[in-house]
Design a protein around this ligand. Sequence first.
Ligand code: NAD
Length: 284
Amino acid sequence: TAQIINGQEIAAKKRLEIAEKVEELKRQGVTPGLAVILVGNNHASQTYVKSKEKACKELGMYSLLIEMPEEITEEKLLAKIDELNADPEIHGILVQLPLPKQIDERKVIESISPLKDVDGFHPINIGRMMTGQNAFLPCTPYGIMVLLEESGISVSGKHVVVVGRSNIVGKPVGQLFLNQHATVTYCHSRTKDLAFHTKQADILIAAVGIPNFIKAEHVKNGAVVIDVGINRNEFGKLCGDVAFDEVSGKAGAITPVPKGVGPMTITMLMYNTLKSAAETLDRK
Ligand code: NAD
């Protein structure tokens, strides 16, 4: 049976390293600061924002939570972002998505200074990532790369099949694998004969958002399977996109849900905030 890739453990190790670097920066007079903007009362968003605040505090960073009502105008939100763009105590700005429908999400993302875009969603950071320049990498894809690195799984020359092509997970994770010399195939909702493609994967990434979607029949013997999904099954239980029990009997290594990719996402957000703060010193 498969090696279980323990995201909880790897995240804890990375967070220790980050906490040490935060202390070092503080000694140089810079406290990394993250501003999180939460609009409205979406329950899942509230939970995510709370974990981000908690992680900041645990790592000795400054955390600023800005809550805005559901009916806020786009203009007021953009004005708040401008203010944070200019605030020297803030190194990272994150607007929790989704936003209410009166607000243009693209416009909001593009209003964040690329130097403070710790989510890595700004087109400038995406372009820099694509061309292999220094960039803030999107947190979930970046977390996946760190999981593999820490598990001693090499990427160069491997065939990576990504199922899902969202802007926040599927597309960028394929790009990061390409940057590390993998051969990359993307599959999505219109892919014909999905199993034909996924069965060729040395490393299979499932970012679909459908509970237990990837079955043993989709997986090659010994493949590495990374499950990005965070779903609820018909009993309300948390589960991934991969049918863990049957796939773990066939895969070489697999991430569980929870305690797989999930804990890495916030960890990389903290890392990006630290990186941003450190770069303000480099620019001085
Ligand atoms: P999304 O809904 O934006 O994208 C889903 C993708 O799956 C689409 O590109 C679509 O083409 C593809 N897809 C849908 N049905 C398919 C099918 N039948 N066959 C093949 N492909 C199909 O979702 P997302 O934002 O990329 O998130 C995916 C999952 O990852 C969700 O469960 C989400 O909750 C989870 N997620 C987890 C983290 C984390 O921190 N671990 C972060 C972001 C998202």
